[in-house]
Design a binder for this molecule. Structure first.
Ligand code: CP
Ligand code: NVA
Length: 310
């Protein structure tokens, strides 16, 4: 899609269902090419700057490797090593970096920072996770479900746990792709009402739906996909003890998943805490596809970079 060239990738909210499906198809195609050793290098001579304000294993490695495989080069930039860490403004950083780079990926806390970076940059900006969303992960996740189930429309995805960045991007993706999503979270840890409202509006256009409940069984009943994430995300570590109490009935385990479809898929963006948000038996069991998800970060992000930057 020529229309994706030069665009930012800040959230799935900005992409139409057709554009998301185009990226998913491209990701699957690029995966095939890579597996069969067929080179695809539309980004020869191009560079991606990667700003990290938080830790990362998957995002850093998959973007860096992906950029290399596309023929380009990626730079790892830790916030503390940049003048940004000493108070240089986002605007000046964005303007300066745009003079060298063909794209910028950023992982940060406040979503506002990504919006401001995109406003100041003249090259595409890609959201590599904020406190509000994680669209690259959701794109890779729906690629993974599509590969396994052959479709997305009409499937039911249950998310159990914290109303965090991950569930926000999953909700928006599910809504755009015509899926039925059910989210069970304890009181005080609901997803952001604005994202819920926006997702519901989008679901109404695609035949999807979004249910919010406290009842994990209601959420998980008949689900094709069961997803969970950590109870305390990066930046919320100090709340760990309080969250362990609040989430104690929200562990995805064998009892809970017995209400899902027999061939349900267990998913987690990783990193995971076995014995907290998910039992060992479930995350390491036969329904778990966590490492396929992790792998698809590479292919999905290659699709995004190829579409936006070539
Ligand atoms: N899922 C994910 O984004 O992992 P990292 O924090 O390791 O990048
Ligand atoms: N919700 C988690 C996702 C990590 C990839 C976090 O923000 O820490």
């Amino acid at each position: 899609a020529a229309s994706l060239k030069g665009r930012d990738f800040l959230g799935l909210v900005d992409y139409t269902p057709e554009e998301i499906r185009y990226l998913l198809d491209l990701a699957i195609d690029l995966k095939k090419k890579q597996k069969s050793g067929q080179p695809f290098q539309p980004l020869k001579g191009k560079t991606l700057g990667m700003i990290f304000e938080k830790s990362s294993t998957r995002t850093r490695v998959s973007f860096e490797v992906g950029m290399y495989q596309l023929g380009g080069h990626a730079l790892f930039l830790s916030k503390n090593d940049l003048q940004l860490g000493r108070g240089e403004t986002i605007w000046d950083t964005a303007q300066t970096m745009s003079r060298y780079l063909d794209g910028i990926m950023i992982r940060t806390y406040a979503h506002r920072t990504v919006i401001d970076l995109a406003r100041g940059a003249t090259v595409p900006v890609i959201n590599g996770l904020t406190d509000r969303s994680h669209p690259c992960q959701a794109l890779a996740d729906y690629q993974t479900v599509l590969e396994r189930k052959g479709k997305l429309q009409g499937l039911k995805i249950a998310y159990i746990g914290d109303g965090n960045n991950m569930v926000h991007s999953l909700m928006m993706g599910a809504a755009k792709l015509g899926m039925h999503m059910a989210v069970a979270s304890p009181e005080g840890y609901d997803p952001d009402p604005e994202v819920v409202k926006n997702s519901r509006e989008n679901a109404a256009l695609t035949g999807g739906s979004l249910l919010l409940t406290r009842d994990t069984r209601e959420a998980i009943e008949n689900a094709d996909v069961v997803y969970t994430d950590v109870w305390a995300s990066m930046g919320f570590e100090s709340e760990q003890a309080a969250r362990e109490i609040a989430f104690k009935n929200y562990q995805v385990n064998e009892e809970m998943t017995s209400y899902a479809k027999k061939d349900y898929l267990f998913m987690h963006c990783l990193p995971a805490h076995r014995g907290e948000e998910v039992s060992e038996g479930v995350i390491d069991g036969p329904n778990s596809i966590i490492f396929d998800q992790a792998e698809n970060r590479l292919h999905a992000q290659k699709a995004v970079m190829a579409a936006l930057m070539s």
